[in-house]
Ligand binder design. Structure first.
Ligand code: NAI
Length: 340
């Protein structure tokens, strides 16, 4: 069975004594892709990761061999594209990042990816429900608004769903928001934080400028900035001209989110990241998943923050987001019901 795996750990023995709770296995499914490769690189550089498991339908072992030469202490293992390889990659993982699937081409919405990516995510979720039911599952594959509900339905069907451990990665939206607002205001983006709530596509991305450092941004400047945050992904898709969507900035955002979860798991308090999770905030309106600021802890979701006070303009944005989210979530659920 071990023919299915190749381990490239130069330093099998950990140089510094890390306690068992700090030994963190992180798996990346789709590791050889545009996001998967730089994401895996950043995870290899993260001292909180002790074991990196890379899986892809093609190229996983090659990426692993390459990364394994980097002189950080973690082991990197590339798994063969077989069910046994996938199972071995997942077993024992504390975090599973899923950037597997096709990206957008110019003119496409994230929803246009549904037909291809829904079944990819469903099948990977089935494997994770069996091999790593207690892991934190971080869904990057689009459309996130639908792929996260797909994972929840698969886990429910297997009797292992824990809403505290399922996350849609929306970090890139807040990364973009802080960068774009810093360009408008000529500030350092490191000092900017713009809460972004809702979901992860078009109008479901709702930046709350009223809660940023610059609630004074109004009128056309505000409209243009909100639009840029909502459709920033399109800038990259257009510039790449058919070669895909955001990969490098997404890798940074995914690595940041994984790092936050690891910090929280290792006992750090007050770690808050915006993320798309099963949420009570709009359940009364039939929207079961919603992105807002979420405090992370050793058990995953610790506390879901309220959206808070918003301007009348933002209230309208939230309303528009809810209408789309409801449809996107149902689409994911229907897919699993019809294609179990
Ligand atoms: P890519 O095409 O470069 O890479 C995808 C990788 O997934 C490929 O290596 C492919 O072999 C692999 N793959 C396909 N089916 C698989 C399976 N069943 N099991 C394991 N691996 C499989 O695409 P890229 O640019 O890396 O994007 C990946 C996904 O991330 C897309 O759906 C894209 O829309 C999404 N994305 C999400 C963002 C977010 O903010 N959440 C931002 C940017 C992209």
């Amino acid at each position: 069975m071990f023919a299915a795996r190749q381990t490239f750990g130069l330093f099998q023995k950990r140089a510094f004594s890390a306690s068992a709770s700090q030994a963190s296995k992180v798996a990346v499914l789709g590791a050889a892709g545009g996001i998967g490769q730089p994401l895996s690189l950043l995870l290899k550089l993260n001292p909180r990761v002790s074991e990196l498991a890379l899986y892809d339908i093609r190229g996983g072992p090659g990426v692993a061999a390459d990364l394994s030469h980097i002189n950080t202490n973690s082991t990197v293992t590339g798994y063969e594209a077989t069910p046994a390889g996938l199972k071995a990659a997942l077993t024992g993982a504390e975090i599973v990042l899923i950037p597997a699937g096709v990206p957008r081409k110019p003119g496409m919405t994230r929803d246009d990816l549904f037909n291809t990516n829904a079944s990819i995510v469903r099948d990977l979720a089935k494997a994770a429900a069996e091999a790593s039911p207690d892991a934190n599952i971080l869904v990057i594959s689009n459309p996130v608004n639908s792929t996260v509900p797909i994972v929840s339905e698969v886990f429910k069907a297997k009797g292992v769903y824990n809403p505290k451990r399922l996350f849609g990665v929306t970090t890139l939206d807040v990364v973009r928001a802080s960068r774009f607002i810093s360009q408008v205001k000529e500030t350092d983006p490191a000092n900017e934080a713009v809460p972004v709530v809702g979901g992860h596509s078009g109008v479901t991305i709702v930046p709350l400028l009223s809660q940023s450092n610059h609630p004074d941004i109004e009128g056309e400047t505000r409209d243009a900035l909100v639009n840029r945050i909502q459709f920033g992904g399109d800038e990259v898709v257009k510039a790449k001209d058919g070669a895909g969507s955001a990969t490098l900035s997404m890798a940074m955002a995914g690595a940041r989110f994984a790092e936050s979860l690891l910090k929280a798991a290792q006992g750090e308090k007050g770690i808050v990241e915006p993320t798309f999770v099963e949420s009570p905030l709009y359940k009364d309106q039939g929207v079961d998943f919603f992105a807002s600021r979420v405090e992370l802890g050793p058990n995953g979701v610790e506390k879901i923050h309220e959206v808070g006070k918003v301007s009348p303009y933002e209230e309208k944005l939230v309303e528009a987001a809810l209408a789309d989210l409801k449809k996107n979530i149902q689409k994911g659920r229907d897919f699993v019901a019809q294609n179990p």
